[in-house]
Design a protein around this ligand. Structure first.
Ligand SMILES: C[S@@+](CC[C@H](N)C(=O)[O-])C[C@H]1O[C@@H](n2cnc3c(N)ncnc32)[C@H](O)[C@@H]1O
Length: 298
Protein backbone atom coordinates (compact mmCIF):
# COMPACT_ATOMS: atom_id res chain seq x y z
CA UNK A 1 0.00 0.00 0.00
CA UNK A 2 3.05 2.27 0.08
CA UNK A 3 2.28 3.55 -3.38
CA UNK A 4 -1.00 5.01 -2.08
CA UNK A 5 0.24 6.37 1.24
CA UNK A 6 -0.21 10.15 1.37
CA UNK A 7 -0.50 10.29 -2.43
CA UNK A 8 -2.83 12.43 -4.52
CA UNK A 9 -3.88 10.42 -7.57
CA UNK A 10 -4.49 12.42 -10.74
CA UNK A 11 -7.72 11.80 -12.64
CA UNK A 12 -11.50 11.65 -12.63
CA UNK A 13 -12.87 9.75 -9.63
CA UNK A 14 -15.12 7.71 -11.94
CA UNK A 15 -12.12 6.50 -13.92
CA UNK A 16 -9.42 5.91 -11.30
CA UNK A 17 -11.38 4.81 -8.22
CA UNK A 18 -10.19 1.22 -8.61
CA UNK A 19 -6.61 2.12 -7.74
CA UNK A 20 -7.90 2.06 -4.15
CA UNK A 21 -8.71 -1.37 -2.69
CA UNK A 22 -12.22 -2.10 -1.40
CA UNK A 23 -12.90 -1.74 2.35
CA UNK A 24 -9.74 0.31 2.69
CA UNK A 25 -10.52 3.78 4.07
CA UNK A 26 -12.02 4.54 7.47
CA UNK A 27 -13.31 7.99 6.60
CA UNK A 28 -14.06 10.14 3.55
CA UNK A 29 -13.90 13.87 4.18
CA UNK A 30 -14.58 16.01 1.13
CA UNK A 31 -15.96 19.12 -0.47
CA UNK A 32 -16.95 18.67 -4.13
CA UNK A 33 -17.27 21.67 -6.47
CA UNK A 34 -20.59 23.46 -5.99
CA UNK A 35 -23.02 23.67 -8.90
CA UNK A 36 -22.13 26.43 -11.35
CA UNK A 37 -19.80 28.30 -8.97
CA UNK A 38 -16.42 28.21 -10.66
CA UNK A 39 -14.19 26.46 -13.13
CA UNK A 40 -11.19 24.59 -11.79
CA UNK A 41 -9.61 23.29 -15.00
CA UNK A 42 -8.63 25.26 -18.10
CA UNK A 43 -8.92 22.93 -21.03
CA UNK A 44 -7.37 19.69 -19.87
CA UNK A 45 -10.20 18.03 -18.04
CA UNK A 46 -13.20 20.28 -18.11
CA UNK A 47 -15.58 17.68 -19.61
CA UNK A 48 -15.04 15.57 -16.49
CA UNK A 49 -15.28 18.40 -14.01
CA UNK A 50 -18.13 18.18 -11.51
CA UNK A 51 -19.99 21.47 -11.12
CA UNK A 52 -19.90 22.53 -14.76
CA UNK A 53 -23.03 20.66 -15.79
CA UNK A 54 -25.77 22.53 -17.66
CA UNK A 55 -28.56 21.34 -15.38
CA UNK A 56 -28.98 20.65 -11.71
CA UNK A 57 -30.17 17.11 -12.41
CA UNK A 58 -26.97 16.33 -14.31
CA UNK A 59 -24.90 17.76 -11.45
CA UNK A 60 -26.70 15.67 -8.85
CA UNK A 61 -26.50 12.52 -10.99
CA UNK A 62 -22.77 13.01 -11.53
CA UNK A 63 -22.07 13.57 -7.83
CA UNK A 64 -24.14 10.55 -6.87
CA UNK A 65 -22.25 8.41 -9.38
CA UNK A 66 -18.88 9.57 -7.97
CA UNK A 67 -19.97 8.43 -4.52
CA UNK A 68 -21.29 5.16 -5.94
CA UNK A 69 -17.78 4.34 -7.23
CA UNK A 70 -16.14 5.44 -3.99
CA UNK A 71 -18.51 3.69 -1.56
CA UNK A 72 -16.94 0.19 -1.75
CA UNK A 73 -13.58 1.75 -0.81
CA UNK A 74 -15.01 2.79 2.57
CA UNK A 75 -14.94 0.22 5.34
CA UNK A 76 -18.35 -0.89 6.59
CA UNK A 77 -17.49 0.84 9.89
CA UNK A 78 -16.55 4.04 8.05
CA UNK A 79 -18.14 7.48 7.67
CA UNK A 80 -18.53 10.03 4.87
CA UNK A 81 -18.46 13.76 5.69
CA UNK A 82 -19.74 15.78 2.74
CA UNK A 83 -19.43 19.57 2.70
CA UNK A 84 -21.76 21.35 0.27
CA UNK A 85 -22.96 24.89 -0.30
CA UNK A 86 -26.00 26.15 -2.15
CA UNK A 87 -26.48 28.21 -5.33
CA UNK A 88 -28.95 30.90 -6.44
CA UNK A 89 -30.29 30.80 -10.03
CA UNK A 90 -32.57 33.57 -11.30
CA UNK A 91 -32.87 34.89 -7.74
CA UNK A 92 -34.02 31.52 -6.45
CA UNK A 93 -32.22 29.34 -3.91
CA UNK A 94 -31.91 25.86 -5.40
CA UNK A 95 -31.67 23.87 -2.16
CA UNK A 96 -28.85 21.79 -3.63
CA UNK A 97 -27.28 20.34 -0.45
CA UNK A 98 -30.51 18.67 0.60
CA UNK A 99 -31.28 17.49 -2.93
CA UNK A 100 -27.87 15.79 -3.02
CA UNK A 101 -28.38 14.35 0.47
CA UNK A 102 -31.75 12.85 -0.54
CA UNK A 103 -30.26 11.46 -3.76
CA UNK A 104 -27.45 9.80 -1.79
CA UNK A 105 -29.99 8.38 0.65
CA UNK A 106 -31.82 6.89 -2.33
CA UNK A 107 -28.65 5.00 -3.24
CA UNK A 108 -28.30 3.45 0.21
CA UNK A 109 -26.18 5.91 2.18
CA UNK A 110 -27.51 6.36 5.72
CA UNK A 111 -27.86 10.05 6.58
CA UNK A 112 -26.80 10.41 10.23
CA UNK A 113 -26.56 14.16 10.68
CA UNK A 114 -26.87 17.52 8.96
CA UNK A 115 -24.35 19.96 10.33
CA UNK A 116 -24.36 23.69 9.75
CA UNK A 117 -20.93 25.20 9.21
CA UNK A 118 -21.43 28.80 10.33
CA UNK A 119 -18.66 30.91 8.82
CA UNK A 120 -17.63 33.48 11.37
CA UNK A 121 -15.87 35.60 8.74
CA UNK A 122 -18.06 35.11 5.65
CA UNK A 123 -17.54 37.49 2.72
CA UNK A 124 -19.59 40.70 2.91
CA UNK A 125 -22.49 40.65 0.48
CA UNK A 126 -24.49 43.31 -1.33
CA UNK A 127 -27.90 41.64 -0.95
CA UNK A 128 -30.55 43.83 0.65
CA UNK A 129 -33.76 41.89 0.16
CA UNK A 130 -32.87 38.66 2.00
CA UNK A 131 -30.49 37.67 4.79
CA UNK A 132 -26.84 37.26 3.83
CA UNK A 133 -25.84 33.60 3.66
CA UNK A 134 -23.08 32.69 6.08
CA UNK A 135 -23.38 28.93 6.32
CA UNK A 136 -22.84 25.72 4.39
CA UNK A 137 -23.82 22.15 5.14
CA UNK A 138 -21.83 19.13 6.20
CA UNK A 139 -23.71 15.87 5.88
CA UNK A 140 -22.61 12.86 7.83
CA UNK A 141 -23.36 9.53 6.14
CA UNK A 142 -22.65 5.97 7.21
CA UNK A 143 -22.70 2.72 5.25
CA UNK A 144 -24.07 0.64 8.10
CA UNK A 145 -25.68 1.18 11.50
CA UNK A 146 -22.48 0.08 13.26
CA UNK A 147 -19.78 2.60 12.53
CA UNK A 148 -16.80 3.98 14.43
CA UNK A 149 -17.47 7.35 16.07
CA UNK A 150 -15.36 8.88 18.83
CA UNK A 151 -17.66 11.39 20.50
CA UNK A 152 -15.12 12.17 23.24
CA UNK A 153 -12.53 13.50 20.81
CA UNK A 154 -14.76 16.38 19.68
CA UNK A 155 -16.68 17.36 22.78
CA UNK A 156 -17.37 21.06 23.25
CA UNK A 157 -17.42 23.24 26.35
CA UNK A 158 -20.39 23.04 28.66
CA UNK A 159 -22.52 26.15 28.78
CA UNK A 160 -24.94 25.38 31.60
CA UNK A 161 -23.04 24.13 34.60
CA UNK A 162 -19.51 25.43 34.77
CA UNK A 163 -17.41 26.82 37.57
CA UNK A 164 -18.18 30.27 36.24
CA UNK A 165 -21.88 29.56 35.85
CA UNK A 166 -24.16 32.35 37.00
CA UNK A 167 -27.09 29.97 37.14
CA UNK A 168 -28.38 29.49 40.65
CA UNK A 169 -26.48 26.61 42.22
CA UNK A 170 -24.40 26.06 39.07
CA UNK A 171 -21.05 26.48 40.79
CA UNK A 172 -22.07 24.31 43.72
CA UNK A 173 -22.11 21.35 41.41
CA UNK A 174 -18.34 21.50 41.41
CA UNK A 175 -17.61 21.80 45.13
CA UNK A 176 -14.29 23.59 45.55
CA UNK A 177 -12.61 25.62 42.80
CA UNK A 178 -11.00 23.49 40.08
CA UNK A 179 -12.87 20.50 41.41
CA UNK A 180 -15.19 18.08 39.61
CA UNK A 181 -18.92 17.52 39.93
CA UNK A 182 -18.08 14.32 41.81
CA UNK A 183 -16.96 16.52 44.70
CA UNK A 184 -19.91 18.88 44.49
CA UNK A 185 -23.30 18.92 46.09
CA UNK A 186 -24.63 16.04 43.97
CA UNK A 187 -21.70 13.69 44.54
CA UNK A 188 -22.81 10.08 44.51
CA UNK A 189 -26.22 10.95 43.11
CA UNK A 190 -27.23 8.27 40.62
CA UNK A 191 -28.78 10.86 38.34
CA UNK A 192 -25.35 12.30 37.75
CA UNK A 193 -24.23 9.09 36.14
CA UNK A 194 -27.01 8.60 33.65
CA UNK A 195 -27.60 10.76 30.62
CA UNK A 196 -27.32 13.84 32.78
CA UNK A 197 -23.67 13.29 33.52
CA UNK A 198 -22.92 13.43 29.83
CA UNK A 199 -25.16 16.40 29.26
CA UNK A 200 -23.98 18.61 32.02
CA UNK A 201 -20.84 17.35 33.69
CA UNK A 202 -18.74 15.18 31.41
CA UNK A 203 -15.15 16.28 32.17
CA UNK A 204 -14.33 16.59 28.47
CA UNK A 205 -17.36 18.77 27.74
CA UNK A 206 -20.78 18.19 26.27
CA UNK A 207 -21.50 16.13 23.17
CA UNK A 208 -20.72 18.00 19.95
CA UNK A 209 -23.65 20.01 18.59
CA UNK A 210 -24.73 20.37 14.96
CA UNK A 211 -23.82 24.02 14.46
CA UNK A 212 -20.06 24.48 14.05
CA UNK A 213 -18.71 28.02 14.12
CA UNK A 214 -15.48 28.02 12.16
CA UNK A 215 -13.74 30.83 10.31
CA UNK A 216 -12.60 30.44 6.70
CA UNK A 217 -9.05 29.21 6.24
CA UNK A 218 -6.01 31.27 5.26
CA UNK A 219 -4.95 29.24 2.23
CA UNK A 220 -7.65 30.54 -0.09
CA UNK A 221 -5.53 32.59 -2.51
CA UNK A 222 -3.98 29.58 -4.26
CA UNK A 223 -7.14 27.52 -4.69
CA UNK A 224 -10.58 29.08 -4.82
CA UNK A 225 -12.49 26.93 -2.41
CA UNK A 226 -10.31 25.72 0.43
CA UNK A 227 -12.15 24.58 3.52
CA UNK A 228 -10.74 25.27 7.00
CA UNK A 229 -8.39 22.84 8.73
CA UNK A 230 -10.49 23.03 11.87
CA UNK A 231 -13.54 21.76 10.02
CA UNK A 232 -11.60 18.78 8.67
CA UNK A 233 -10.02 18.18 12.07
CA UNK A 234 -13.41 17.81 13.74
CA UNK A 235 -14.58 15.25 11.16
CA UNK A 236 -11.25 13.41 11.21
CA UNK A 237 -10.95 13.03 14.99
CA UNK A 238 -14.52 11.79 15.34
CA UNK A 239 -14.23 9.18 12.60
CA UNK A 240 -10.68 7.78 12.67
CA UNK A 241 -7.86 6.48 14.86
CA UNK A 242 -4.11 6.96 14.30
CA UNK A 243 -2.87 5.20 11.12
CA UNK A 244 -6.36 4.83 9.62
CA UNK A 245 -6.71 5.79 5.97
CA UNK A 246 -8.68 8.93 5.08
CA UNK A 247 -9.82 9.64 1.51
CA UNK A 248 -10.62 12.95 -0.15
CA UNK A 249 -11.88 12.26 -3.69
CA UNK A 250 -12.04 16.02 -4.48
CA UNK A 251 -8.65 16.93 -3.02
CA UNK A 252 -8.25 20.51 -4.36
CA UNK A 253 -5.36 22.12 -2.50
CA UNK A 254 -5.04 19.13 -0.16
CA UNK A 255 -6.44 20.43 3.14
CA UNK A 256 -7.79 17.01 4.16
CA UNK A 257 -4.36 15.44 3.56
CA UNK A 258 -2.58 18.15 5.54
CA UNK A 259 -4.85 17.67 8.56
CA UNK A 260 -4.64 13.88 8.27
CA UNK A 261 -0.84 13.96 8.35
CA UNK A 262 -0.75 16.41 11.25
CA UNK A 263 -2.84 13.91 13.22
CA UNK A 264 -0.89 10.80 12.24
CA UNK A 265 -3.56 9.46 9.89
CA UNK A 266 -2.82 8.06 6.43
CA UNK A 267 -4.21 9.90 3.42
CA UNK A 268 -5.24 9.14 -0.17
CA UNK A 269 -6.42 11.90 -2.48
CA UNK A 270 -7.94 12.11 -5.94
CA UNK A 271 -7.81 15.34 -7.97
CA UNK A 272 -8.82 15.91 -11.58
CA UNK A 273 -6.77 19.01 -12.34
CA UNK A 274 -3.00 18.65 -12.67
CA UNK A 275 -2.05 22.01 -11.14
CA UNK A 276 -4.08 21.28 -8.00
CA UNK A 277 -2.82 17.72 -7.77
CA UNK A 278 0.75 19.06 -7.82
CA UNK A 279 -0.09 21.79 -5.29
CA UNK A 280 -1.80 19.36 -2.93
CA UNK A 281 0.98 16.77 -3.16
CA UNK A 282 3.58 19.43 -2.30
CA UNK A 283 1.53 20.74 0.63
CA UNK A 284 1.04 17.21 2.00
CA UNK A 285 4.69 16.23 1.50
CA UNK A 286 5.75 19.31 3.49
CA UNK A 287 3.41 18.52 6.40
CA UNK A 288 4.58 16.57 9.44
CA UNK A 289 2.88 14.97 12.42
CA UNK A 290 2.18 17.52 15.15
CA UNK A 291 1.95 16.01 18.56
CA UNK A 292 0.65 19.09 20.27
CA UNK A 293 -2.34 20.20 18.27
CA UNK A 294 -5.61 20.12 20.09
CA UNK A 295 -9.06 20.81 18.84
CA UNK A 296 -10.95 23.12 21.19
CA UNK A 297 -9.71 23.66 24.72
CA UNK A 298 -12.50 22.68 27.10
C1 LIG B 1 -14.10 22.59 -3.82
S1 LIG B 1 -12.61 21.96 -4.46
C2 LIG B 1 -11.90 21.11 -3.07
C3 LIG B 1 -11.14 22.03 -2.15
C4 LIG B 1 -10.49 21.31 -1.00
N1 LIG B 1 -11.47 20.88 -0.01
C5 LIG B 1 -9.44 22.20 -0.36
O1 LIG B 1 -9.53 22.49 0.86
O2 LIG B 1 -8.54 22.67 -1.07
C6 LIG B 1 -13.12 20.65 -5.48
C7 LIG B 1 -12.04 20.01 -6.32
O3 LIG B 1 -12.61 18.90 -7.04
C8 LIG B 1 -11.92 18.76 -8.27
N2 LIG B 1 -12.75 17.94 -9.20
C9 LIG B 1 -13.77 18.33 -9.98
N3 LIG B 1 -14.28 17.29 -10.67
C10 LIG B 1 -13.56 16.19 -10.33
C11 LIG B 1 -13.60 14.81 -10.71
N4 LIG B 1 -14.48 14.36 -11.61
N5 LIG B 1 -12.70 13.95 -10.15
C12 LIG B 1 -11.79 14.41 -9.25
N6 LIG B 1 -11.70 15.71 -8.84
C13 LIG B 1 -12.58 16.59 -9.37
C14 LIG B 1 -11.71 20.20 -8.72
O4 LIG B 1 -10.66 20.32 -9.66
C15 LIG B 1 -11.44 20.91 -7.39
O5 LIG B 1 -10.06 21.07 -7.15
Amino acid sequence: MDKLLNQVLLGDIREIYNQIPDQFVQSIITSPPYFGHRKYSDVDAYQNEIGREQTLDEYINNLVSCFKFIKPKLKDSGLLWLNLGDTYRNKELLGIPWRVAFALQDTGWILRSDIIWKKTNAMPSSVKNRPTTDHEYIFLFSKTANYYYDADSIREPHVTFTEKSKMKGGRNHFGKKNSTPENGKNAGNQNLHDGRWDQAFHPKGRNKRTVWEISLGKFRDVHFAVYPEKLVETCLLASTKANDFVLDPFTGSGTTGVVAKKHDRNFIGIELVKKYQVMAQKRIDETTFQETIFLTPV
